[in-house]
Design a protein around this ligand. Sequence first.
Ligand code: ADA
Length: 562
Amino acid sequence: MLRLFQTHHIRKVTDLEGTWDFSIVDEETPSVDRYPYKLAVPGCWEMHPDLLTYRGEGVYRKTIQIERPTSLRFEFKGVSHTAKVFFDGVLIAEHYNAYTAFTAKVRNVSPGTHELIVWVDNSFGEHSSLHIPNDYYTYGGIIRPAAYEEISDLYIENVRFTPIFENKDWEGEVRVAVCNDSHQRQSFQLKGTMEEHSFSFGSLELAPNEIRIITETFNFPGISPWSASSPRLYELRMELFINGIERPVDDFIERVGFRVIETGDGSIRVNGEAIVMKGFNRHEDHPLVGAAFPLALMLQDLDLMQDMGANAVRTSHYPNDERFLDLCDERGIYVWEENHARGLSLEQMQNPHFIKQCEDVNREMVEQHASHPSIIIWAILNECASDTEEGREHYRRQLEQIRSMDQSRPLTFASHHRERELCFDLADIVSFNLYPLWYGNEDPGELCDTARGWANAAGGKGKPMIMSEFGADGFYGHRSPARVKGSEERQSDIIEQNLAAYTSRPFLSGMFIWQFCDCRVVEALGWLMTRSCTKNSKGIVDEYRRPKLAYSVVQKHYKNRS
Ligand code: ADA
């Protein structure tokens, strides 16, 4: 299931979940004629005992049975990290980046058995500027759900919704992409419903093979807004009618919420009320599934975060599985979603593929996730070279790209450059990754005050401020009366002092602990001394979600419990 609600009542959708044939492709097996493995989709190949550390190419195969002549639209929510999709031997899609979805279409498919091949590559090298050896793990495989839909010649490609609050009442901009795959001009009507509200785009026409985005703003008087305490959601259903045919030929359902976000005077306001985000940075990582989360484990993560009193999550450092965003919509959790990048030096940003690979992930993130009310911040390029003039150009270009696609959310980036930061003027919110008492010995409160000063002096005056990362390693079960570094005791002391400082600073709009759970990191030189057991152990729960001592410290501050 791609989403947590039914996205079509008319269009037939078939899940591609299940076991797929699989073979690795390497020097010994350069061409695949045998598939020795059966792997789960969604799944990571690292879950198989032969492939625990396999990095390279692999081929997935599945046959599908088609009952009647139709056209097919495939949707892959995430293939890690590069995919080529073949239908009956013909290449139908290529895609880079594990964390955004892609689609492919095949027209005029005849009834019978058809073969679907997905070639996957998770190797590192110059071809990949964003998936690099890093402080998290790039798994291999079809890691998120996939499905195919039977589509007619004229169909709805996607629907996007932006709530607007005008003259004390709610409106919504509805943006529908319609596609005419036929060789004829098509006349049609687009009608929408949202509970008791109905609206129409009137009569429309598309030329042969035309795809058009149609946008209009409608009034939705009397709706209940979405908020953290009352996360009211509405199903927005679009139906497409061909002139002369009574019943709709296609439909598309999106789930939306009404809220607006503003920044200014140092605060972030949701529907006019200033908020303080108390949250976690979370990697999609679990030893039982790698990055391929089933719903039950996503729920468990949110249950644990909420049990600690969190109201926010940062999708560090990439766009998340859309079912997780659906859950955040349902629960009223504020989401900071960011594009895919972590800690790239200027040299790494000079990779010839960097600009294009970032543009793609930015576009896909916004196009695919813009209707989620829970996402209240877009962010880019965690800890990259924003302290250099050349790096600044990349930040400027990417923030402009996102702003040109969506003006309804504030933008930020998490910086560790302190007083050397050059890009605060470009963002709407200033965000700091600082690790007082862990990487340095500063007092968290004093450092936070100093950081406010750095931001003010560097173009961030009046902008809301977030502590986007702070934390400490704590090895699960390592107890120490001396509270040595790396023990659960020391971790909980450091979290205590950080949270005491930030929850009492009225100028902060949010704080995100690094990190929710321990996560696997890539085994590469440089990490071994600081990433014992090839893990980042700053989780408040360990990789199996067992709480560390710091759990109750977080509860105390996030829930105001003593
Ligand atoms: C950085 C980075 C995180 C993680 C963290 C740490 O600030 O953004 O991905 O690597 O530091 O644990 O040091």
